[in-house]
Design a protein around this ligand. Structure first.
Ligand code: ZN
Length: 346
């Protein structure tokens, strides 16, 4: 055989191996807030809907994984035993204890609660109490950090030293409060309030030894940005079982995160440039949306595409989502890029 054919076969074989390892080594995280009928619709599922979700997960053959174990497995490049889902809750509302937990116990599903500690310390109505959080923790529920006061972390004029010290304080104080009340060492995980982060904040988390959890959609794989771990929202308009089923089955598009621009931008029509790390079996036809409205992405090379909003985005959070059907499996590759548009003042 000619040398060039051998080389081509080796490349083909190793890319197939990489793709196989890649496909088996991802999982999806869901994020909930309330399980109740009398709380804000956009962040709530009813107990009936929540049961429906748990049943959907079980009947479609997923295992619900302990988040720490799944992250360890994925980060070490190992495959997970079965298609896997992790369940998380943000904020620390009382209905997690009264409504969600009994159902999760019934299904024997592990889960994680990201808690903002000030609201617990102030015993605010509708929030968990420290006794309830201790009870959850004692029964194997993972408790993690959602800052002290749940304030915006990156909506500031300057990202200077004073800003860094102030947000560092909100993170480390919350961790201390949790660890003191639970009398245990907890994972160093931060769920960003409102899913808002920027590169200086990610750098701070890295220095402090934390992982960061965001609120844009997509799966987790070895190449994920572990300082902006995506999670699929499953409440409000996202509670629909048919769309949830598609998300559960999705795999992360293997985008090179190191080349993505900061979430915070002063551009009202920011351009996403996404670069695939490897040629997975996704279709060249991308289904892209800006805040839910269909947009056309442009391939600029075999592995790169760009997407720009066709209208000016208002100040605040926005998402570009792109999916693409696998040509060999019954699933979509999924990628979401969050933006926080903060126009320059004056
Ligand atoms: Zn929150």
């Amino acid at each position: 055989m000619q040398k060039s054919i051998v080389t081509a076969l080796v490349i083909l074989f190793s890319s197939l191996l990489l793709n196989k390892a890649y496909a088996e080594s991802s999982f999806n995280i869901l994020v909930y807030h309330h399980v109740a009928t009398d709380t804000p619709a956009s962040t709530s599922v009813s107990p009936e809907q929540f049961r429906q979700h748990l049943e959907l997960i079980k009947s479609n053959g997923y295992q619900v994984v302990d988040l720490a174990q799944a992250l360890d497995t994925i980060r070490s490049g190992e495959p997970l035993a079965k298609p896997s889902i992790a369940i998380t809750f943000d904020d620390g509302f009382n209905d997690i204890y009264t409504q969600a937990w009994p159902l999760l116990k019934e299904y024997n599903f592990p889960f994680t609660v990201f808690v903002s500690t000030d609201a617990i310390d102030q015993q605010l109505n509708g929030m968990l109490s420290w006794d309830q959080i201790r009870d959850l923790h004692k029964h194997g529920v993972t408790i993690a950090n959602h800052t002290t006061d749940h304030d915006y972390l990156v909506r500031y004029e300057n990202y200077d030293q004073a800003w860094l010290e102030s947000i560092s304080e909100k993170i480390t104080t919350a961790q201390q409060r949790l660890e003191t009340e639970l009398d245990s060492e907890l994972p160093k995980w931060l769920a960003y309030p409102y899913g808002e982060f920027n590169q200086p904040l990610q750098h701070l988390l890295k220095q402090l030894g934390y992982l960061g959890f965001a609120q844009h959609s997509g799966g987790v794989w070895q190449g994920s940005d572990f300082l902006a771990i995506p999670r699929f929202a499953a409440a409000g308009i996202y509670a629909n079982p048919n769309t949830l089923k598609v998300k559960l089955a999705s795999k992360p598009m293997p985008i090179d995160n190191s080349l993505l621009s900061d979430m915070v931008t002063d551009q009202s029509q920011p351009t996403l440039k996404a670069t695939l790390l490897m040629p997975v079996d996704m279709s060249r036809s991308l289904n892209c949306f800006v805040n839910g409205r269909a947009h056309t992405a442009q391939w600029i090379s075999d592995l790169e595409f760009t997407l720009t909003s066709d209208t000016a985005l208002e100040k605040g959070r926005h998402r570009y989502n792109c999916t693409s059907r696998s040509s060999t499996g019954n699933f979509y590759y999924w990628f979401s890029k969050p933006w926080l548009v903060l126009p320059k003042e004056g």
